[in-house]
Design a protein around this ligand. Sequence first.
Ligand SMILES: *[C@@H]1O[C@H](CO)[C@@H](O)[C@H](O)[C@H]1NC(C)=O
Ligand SMILES: *[C@@H]1O[C@H](CO)[C@@H](O)[C@H](O)[C@H]1NC(C)=O
Ligand SMILES: *[C@@H]1O[C@H](CO)[C@@H](O)[C@H](O)[C@H]1NC(C)=O
Ligand SMILES: *[C@@H]1O[C@H](CO)[C@@H](O)[C@H](O)[C@H]1NC(C)=O
Length: 394
Amino acid sequence: MAASNWICVVSALTFGVVGSVTSQSINLEQHLQHLTTIRNPSASSNTAWYEARDYISHQFFSYNLTTKFHTFNTSVNVNNNGGTTFTGTNVIGIAEGPADGPVLLVGADFDTTVSQKSPLEDNGAGIAALLEVARLYMDQYHSNELNNVTGTVLFVAFDINTVEYEGQPSGKAGSYLFLHQWLWSYLGQSSERFYGAIILDSISKYNMEERSQVLPDDFQDVFPEAYGDIVNRTNKGDFLALFTRHSEASRRLTEALFDSYEKDRKAMMFRLLDLTLRDGSKYGETFRMFDHQSQFHFWTFQPADKPVPLPAILLTDTDVHRKSPNTCSTNPCTAEEFLTRPAKAFIEKTVESLVQTLASLLIESPEVVTDSGIGLVPSISIMVLAVCLGKLLH
Ligand SMILES: *[C@@H]1O[C@H](CO)[C@@H](O)[C@H](O)[C@H]1NC(C)=O
Ligand SMILES: *[C@@H]1O[C@H](CO)[C@@H](O)[C@H](O)[C@H]1NC(C)=O
Ligand SMILES: *[C@@H]1O[C@H](CO)[C@@H](O)[C@H](O)[C@H]1NC(C)=O
Ligand SMILES: *[C@@H]1O[C@H](CO)[C@@H](O)[C@H](O)[C@H]1NC(C)=O
């Protein structure tokens, strides 16, 4: 081991307390082990699909979330032989706050298509992150008696995302039906208390290779700034994309997320890239980057004759638009092999930021450390760790 690496190890040990604030307590692998195979109602076996649902609900329950199920029927076009009706289940874990307080949602799809090559990438990683955000939020903030909890968080694992399924159009997606049949009545038919949804959909691919990020032809017209940023970094797939629709209501959520993600910017190799959609722009091919994930149903929500767009954010590695850095030798890929050092750090960064975001919006705490409260010593150690992290990842 080179001398500089020893410095890294020594400083990591010396300043271990800084790094251990959250990252060491995040356990993605345990969840991923339950999400390695195809989870689809029309797959040859439904076992993995049912087991994933049961696993998620048991986890929610063990975190002391109020656990609910929303069952629905929808049709899936099996082998292009017309629609077959299946019963799906959205799993909901509620971190209860005051009845009149704001409501936030964190969601991810737990099913896959029939032919999904990597059930861990899409969207096992999103579900593992969702579970860890729920667990840590409950453990670190919600259950702390010194805190005042001012609002409610709904953690939701969505089932049957028909929009992504192969072949002819099928019935409505589970997340669409969740909005219409569950959430809208939960909110008392009003968007007033709804602070917004954060959707995790394919969040594990972190690729430092040049030209690993593929952009649609009209991307430059739609997001000129982000385009310049990506091209300047030789089209590396080294960022998490944040898609949101421009509105007053979604700004609060977006800002809180950026604040949390960039809090220890010096230490981070990871970036959050702002992809805010504005009305009036023409979205051609770029539209397909964000039209099939669950946040889209919030943006286009129409409970009756008038649209009621709800604030929602999509966090994604851009899925098929980014080359996967993972070269798994097993099929299906095991959780252990999937969770390479960069993938693990990339997902953990998302988990930490989301827990922080929820806390900053909903928790009044005597313990929250403010920016000005972070002294010189921790920032030096964070810088050392940053350099070391860089070394170890390369
Ligand atoms: C859940 O709540 C029970 C009863 O309040 C408590 O004893 C238990 O420690 C809690 N579990 C977790 C994981 O917080
Ligand atoms: C789904 O369809 C089945 C069979 O027709 C029916 O028994 C069940 O009540 C339906 N479930 C829901 C939630 O609509
Ligand atoms: C890209 O690099 C050029 C030249 O260094 C710079 O002028 C420009 O501001 C950069 N664009 C972005 C979006 O970072
Ligand atoms: C929680 O609310 C109570 C009553 O409003 C207040 O006295 C207390 O200071 C609050 N605690 C925190 C940590 O904000």
